[in-house]
Ligand binder design. Structure first.
Ligand SMILES: Cc1cc2nc3c(=O)[nH]c(=O)nc-3n(C[C@H](O)[C@H](O)[C@H](O)COP(=O)(O)OP(=O)(O)OC[C@H]3O[C@@H](n4cnc5c(N)ncnc54)[C@H](O)[C@@H]3O)c2cc1C
Length: 444
């Protein structure tokens, strides 16, 4: 649908000449996210204030034009792809820090602010913003909230929902609401959680009050390689059963481990099936005891080799490698389909084994990582972008993986969202559970 000149002219008046794009080369840049889907918008606007956002929302409503909020476009489930065209409303120019209140351990930012910018700012004051998606160098606070993003440290700190104190949101009718502690009069029920994970469907989040966390006095990082998934899984269970809550419990399969050694020169052992990266933190006096529990679990579960990071430089290198995993995917396949099913923690081994079998069945490489503490897996299926056949096979493999997760009592997404990628699967699952029928859906 080509937008009428009248609408474009009105948008230009709302956001200003420098903040509107209609040229096809510019539109292309907003036609994809980090998934495999594309869709060209008719116009892109980059408002600089909440008043401008309200203006755009009202105009879209008046002319019934599709409208999509967008942060950095790092979404892995197609949630930021404008498949119906219309207006893309990018928030990247709304990136100001509005208030840093260390007495109350919180910061208020516009939601186009990049996650890492918040991290860097608060670190200078001895704080961290706990949600740390691997995309944090690019992804925005608004996108993180809309997807209820997690990260390496969510086993201890939880997803972003636990770190949002309040929001400013522009609703579809142009009304601006304040939630939680942003609503200084506390005049309404706290709707903050409702918007965490709402994937842009309930409103455009324009400001957020974030909870800050004091950096721990000391951090210990340990690494072990296991011959098989069972041993690694048992080590994880033993760590948790001992009442220890590590801040990270990351599992990487053999493909990833070998690729990290080859392409990022990381000091890992190529001999096992699984690498486990564990981080513990706390006061200096308690750290050695925590690390001893982890080491004991490695030994008791037959780790082939294990060690602790000897200093901050080695720790930084290990995390850089873990966070940069997506960067080496390009060496393994020209395209990737990344999923993020969640299963109960005691089913992780089974899920990873079944996923590997699916990889063999379709003849595709599957890189597997997992936030083991909360059962969130990230199988990444490598395929040849130029081959329609391989693309189809990757999609089939992906569907099978998600169905296995559901069968094991899990869900199709732990932190990347439903987007357009998993929409059909979710709907058919709800229909199977008799929530509604295709007929009732088509009548909506
Ligand atoms: C290399 C890589 C690593 C990743 N690692 C992780 C990870 O560790 N953990 C994790 O959880 N995710 C991860 N992701 C997925 C992705 O980065 C997150 O989902 C992120 O939160 C998206 O933020 P964004 O700013 O890019 O949002 P976008 O991709 O631009 O948008 C995502 C969705 O949010 C909506 N949206 C964006 N901004 C707003 C707003 N202000 N108000 C309302 N709706 C809005 C959009 O409409 C869309 O539906 C990774 C992605 C990549 C490419």
């Amino acid at each position: 649908m080509a937008l009428q000149r009248e609408i474009i002219n009105q948008l230009r008046l709302i956001v200003g000449e420098g903040n509107i794009f209609t040229d096809v080369f510019d539109l292309e840049a907003y036609s994809f996210d980090s998934s495999m889907y594309t869709g060209l918008p008719d116009v892109v606007v980059l408002p600089e204030s909440v008043q401008q956002v309200v203006g755009v929302v009202n105009l879209a409503g008046q002319y019934r034009v599709p409208l999509m909020a967008r942060g950095a476009g790092t979404c892995l489930s197609g949630g930021a792809v404008p498949i119906h065209g219309g207006i893309v409303l990018g928030l990247t120019k709304m990136n100001k820090v509005l208030e840093l209140d260390l007495d109350h351990e919180r910061i208020v930012v516009e939601t186009g602010t990049v996650n890492l910018a918040v991290q860097k700012l608060v670190k200078q004051h001895g704080y961290l913003f706990a949600p740390d998606p691997a995309s944090m160098k690019a992804s925005t606070i608004g996108g993180n909230i809309a997807e209820n993003a997690g990260g390496m440290h969510c086993v201890k700190y939880g997803n972003i929902r636990e770190h949002i104190l309040g929001l400013e949101v522009v609703l579809a009718n142009g009304e601006v609401i304040l939630t939680g502690e942003m609503d200084r009069e506390y005049a309404s029920p706290d709707l903050t959680s409702l918007f965490c994970g709402s994937e842009g469907t309930l409103g455009i989040i324009t400001k957020a009050m974030l909870r800050l966390t004091l950096v721990s006095e000391k951090i210990g990082t340990l690494l072990a390689v296991f011959e098989n998934l069972d041993d690694a899984g048992n080590a994880v269970s033993q760590i948790l059963a001992n009442g220890l809550l590590p801040s990270s419990l990351e599992v990487m399969n053999e493909v990833i481990t070998k690729a990290l050694i080859k392409y990022m020169n990381v000091d890992l052992s190529p001999n096992g099936e699984v690498t486990l990266l564990v981080e513990v933190e706390g006061y200096a006096v308690e750290l050695e005891a925590q690390m001893a529990i982890v080491r004991d679990s490695f030994i008791a579960n037959h780790a082939i080799t294990f060690r602790s990071a000897k200093d901050q430089a080695e720790r930084a290198k290990l995390w850089e490698a873990r966070q940069g995993i997506n960067g080496i995917f390009g060496q393994l396949g020209s395209a990737q389909l990344v999923q993020d099913p969640s299963v109960p923690v005691d089913k992780i081994g089974e899920m990873m084994r079944e996923t590997a079998k699916i990889g063999k069945k379709y003849g595709v490489i599957i890189c597997q990582t997992c936030h083991a503490g909360d059962g969130n897996l990230q199988p990444a299926i490598m395929y040849d972008a130029k081959s329609e056949k391989q693309h189809k096979m990757a999609e089939q493999a992906s569907d099978e993986i998600l169905k296995i997760a559901i069968g094991l009592g899990g869900s199709v997404s732990g932190e990347h969202g439903i987007g357009i990628e998993n929409c059909d699967l979710c709907l058919s699952s709800l229909i199977k559970q008799n929530w509604f029928s295709w007929k009732s859906l088509s009548e909506c």
